[in-house]
Design a protein around this ligand. Structure first.
Ligand code: SF4
Length: 340
């Protein structure tokens, strides 16, 4: 019984079929583990007069979030490395935002999207993460590192929509009110533009979940060079999929644009980007490139960031400028994967 891979209803069904018990005991176990991070949950009062049940559950229970083997800090940002049961390592980042933390989770070991500016892309895909390995990152952030996490962004190692079923299962578990209780509107799924995944996501009943899209270039030639996924699903196809995506009332997409010196940072790129965005409702995150040794890309200057941003603002685009946090611990955008 791999508990971190179960919603409460799934656990109730196991209790009913395997143990002849129901919601009362299942809820107690779920609460102890997911709400309190209690690794000895059978001391809860609900099990006080059910010693035999507690003993057989104890045998069956698997609580395997992975072992946190390294922690790096830069200011109030924390990157932690988890070793999985097969010895592979993944990275997660905790970013303080206003009153609570945002946890950036990984969904794969490596990634097959091959974005040329990205360290994880350079690894290639080693394997998908299992459901409990995705939710285990939240368990470890909250209960091993004791960070109050209220927001989840699926922007760590991997392309979340390439591991669709397991990521959806993790979303439901993280959203479970009797457990982790992360609201859907506090979750963001990020994609490099995997159109079939966007179309599948559009059919899920996940009201309020945010979709972020890495754009990074406004023309197919540059984008295909930076992001090979664009060869299969070019910008026009991506835009059509987004225009059909069921956004909530007043909802917006989050577009991410990593500004790379001399590659996608000219005034003409800004004009084209604004034209691509219209009329989609978009908030654009403008992020300076985090140089990864050996990949040959450079950061723009502050001045270039300002100019690019101003061009977009003049065209009516809502721009958020992000100063890449976590560079010194390789926790910035595109830098995850060096601890393997
Ligand atoms: S940027 Fe994202 S999608 Fe692209 S290679 Fe890196 S992890 Fe994969």
């Amino acid at each position: 019984m791999n508990i971190l891979a179960l919603t409460l209803n799934q656990l109730v069904r196991i209790f009913e079929t395997d143990y002849g018990k129901g919601r009362f005991h299942a809820r107690a176990l779920y609460r102890e583990i997911f709400k309190h991070g209690n690794t000895v949950p059978f001391k809860a009062p609900e099990f006080a007069v059910s010693g035999a049940l507690a003993r057989s559950l104890e045998q069956a229970l698997v609580l395997a979030p992975g072992k946190v083997v390294d922690i790096f800090e830069e200011g109030d940002l924390t990157k932690f490395i988890t070793r999985l049961s097969d010895g592979r390592k993944i990275e997660s980042v905790i970013v303080p935002m206003n009153r609570y933390n945002t946890l950036c989770v990984s969904t794969q070991v490596g990634c097959r999207m091959g974005c040329t500016f990205c360290e994880t892309g350079r690894m290639g895909l080693k394997r998908h993460l299992a459901v409990h390995e995705i939710t285990g990152q939240l368990f470890n952030a909250r209960y091993t590192l004791k960070k109050p996490v209220k927001n989840i962004v699926f922007m760590g190692m991997g392309e979340p929509l390439d591991n669709f079923e397991f990521v959806m299962a993790a979303v439901h578990i993280m959203n479970e009110q009797q457990g982790f209780d992360i609201a859907l509107r506090h979750m963001t799924l990020s994609t490099a533009g995997l159109v079939p995944g966007i179309e599948k996501l559009a059919k899920q009943n996940l009201p309020g979940i945010r979709l972020a899209v890495s754009i990074n270039a406004p023309d197919n030639e540059t984008r295909s060079r930076l992001m090979p996924v664009n060869r299969a699903w070019p910008l026009e196809t991506l835009k059509t999929a987004l225009s059909r995506f069921p956004l909530p009332h007043k909802g917006t997409f989050l577009f991410e644009y990593i500004l790379i010196k001399g590659v996608n940072d000219s005034p003409a790129h800004a004009e084209q980007l604004a034209a691509f965005i219209h009329p989609l409702p978009v908030r654009l995150n403008l992020i300076p490139c985090n140089p990864v040794p050996g990949l040959g890309f450079e950061s723009p200057s502050d001045e270039q960031m300002n100019q690019f941003s101003q061009h977009l603002v003049k065209q009516g685009i809502f721009v958020i400028r992000r100063w890449s946090k976590g560079r010194s611990v390789s926790a910035g955008c595109g830098q995850l994967g060096r601890s393997r």
